[in-house]
Design a protein around this ligand. Sequence first.
Ligand SMILES: [Zn+2]
Length: 209
Amino acid sequence: MTGTGAQGAADGETDGRAGGQVDGDGGDVVVERPEDRPGVPDGFGRLWVPHRMAYIGGEGKPEDDAAGSGCPFCRVQSLPDEEGLVVARGEVAFVVLNLYPYNSGHLLVCPDRHVADYTDLTPEEIDEVARLTQTAMRVVRAVSHPAGFNLGMNQGDVAGAGIAAHLHQHVVPRWAGDANFLPIVGRSRALPELLADTRDRLAAAWPRG
Ligand SMILES: [Zn+2]
């Protein structure tokens, strides 16, 4: 019943290929490494396991607060969009799928700059994070018709920020009944869609220019 059990069973078959994603021309399978993915672990196990490699070990959480390759939100900026699950890029901020989504289409809007506190954002960053948040809502609404959203930033570890050192605004689509008994009883959540597919759909719907 729990995601942990499913992952444990699946781990035995892991050979470095399973769980990978097919590259652009549909040929070779590439291995996804957890350290190449952005995300904020929420403590839930998962019923699906396509990205199970990411849930083993450190869960992508940086060991310190430094910018650079140790921070998933810094690192993802140097990856191709598909690989990093980046949905859109602005001038000073970008939008990425959360690797540990609360719901399908759970997006994170991040400044490019490695900065922790909202009060440290420049006016330009404040503006673009806000505008990208609006666009994210419009795109998710057009693609998957949620009934509502949760928006917000957790500031600091104590407030629940999984990666406190690099600010990220959550855009979480909500549907009636999405918080059913499974998360409460089983610490598991069923997600109907692969993250790569979600990214492709949202990126395709994102307005250009
Ligand atoms: Zn960073």
